[in-house]
Design a protein around this ligand. Structure first.
Ligand SMILES: [Zn+2]
Length: 253
């Protein structure tokens, strides 16, 4: 489900800005988008246009399996001045404008958009400008491609790596919270502690539901008493014991 609140595309410099070389092979399409992965580049600080071009050269010449082009779809510079113009197009898109298959998470590139931040975030922290730009880019991608917020990952969630550095990785939970507020209007309550026994807390319109039996997760889905949930949403629930059927009905008027 796309967000309730449309997110506009932030400003993105195109590949010509940083003097991109053509890919060395034809790039296949990305496929249906399911995820975004955040990286840091651990590259030497220099003019961002030169830094991005150097990363492309490094990726194109990588042994034993060169990446054909810069591996990431988007690159964010150090954004020391907040002017909203700090995102660069990375990997060359398809001729129809769709994203190409990236090369940024070994074994997990299908449907996975790669966003990289210039720098080493074990050593430095994200500037306020970078936090803002990263959030705006991820909000737009989540909206455009209908990506579930929990599928915004750090590289270390998927491969054995330190990437994207502690200072980016540790900010991802707060970033996801900001995104659910921007996209869905959901206010995450940081005061909630986990419940015992793997029980799942349910909050409906900012009010905690006390279900008649505890909710839990089964096969990645939340299982909860239907009557409690539906009635909290103002619906009428009727169980017919001849047909063994639950009816949920929106009240008239
Ligand atoms: Zn990475």
């Amino acid at each position: 489900m796309p967000g309730y609140f449309p997110q506009s595309q932030p400003f993105i410099w195109d590949r010509r800005t940083w003097g991109a070389m053509e890919p060395t092979t034809n790039l296949p399409p990305l496929g249906p988008v399911t995820r975004v992965t955040v990286h840091h580049t651990v590259s030497t600080r220099k003019d961002p246009l030169v830094e991005i071009k150097d990363i492309q050269l490094y990726h194109i010449t990588k042994e034993p399996e060169p990446f054909s082009d810069i591996g990431y779809h988007y690159v964010i510079d150090r954004a020391e001045n907040i002017d909203g113009r700090d995102i660069y197009q990375g990997r060359k898109p398809q001729s129809d404008g769709g994203l190409s298959l990236g090369a940024h998470v070994a074994g997990h590139n299908t449907g996975n958009i790669g966003v990289a931040v210039l720098g080493n975030y074990d050593q430095e922290d994200l500037s306020p400008g970078q936090q803002q730009v990263l959030e705006e880019l991820l909000a737009w991608l989540s909206y455009k491609y209908d990506i579930p917020i929990h599928q915004i990952k750090g590289h270390r969630d998927l491969n054995v790596t330190d990437c994207p550095g502690d200072h980016i990785y540790d900010r991802l939970p707060a970033l996801r919270e900001n995104l659910v507020r921007r996209l869905y209007g959901i206010q995450v309550n940081p005061a909630y502690a986990p419940l015992p026994n793997g029980e799942v807390r349910i909050v409906i319109n900012n009010k905690e539901l006390k279900p008649s039996v505890p909710a839990f997760i089964k096969d990645g889905k939340t299982v909860a008493p239907l009557r409690d949930v539906a009635e909290a949403l103002g619906q009428v629930v009727y169980f017919d014991d001849r047909s063994w059927t639950v009816y949920v009905q929106s009240p008239k008027g």
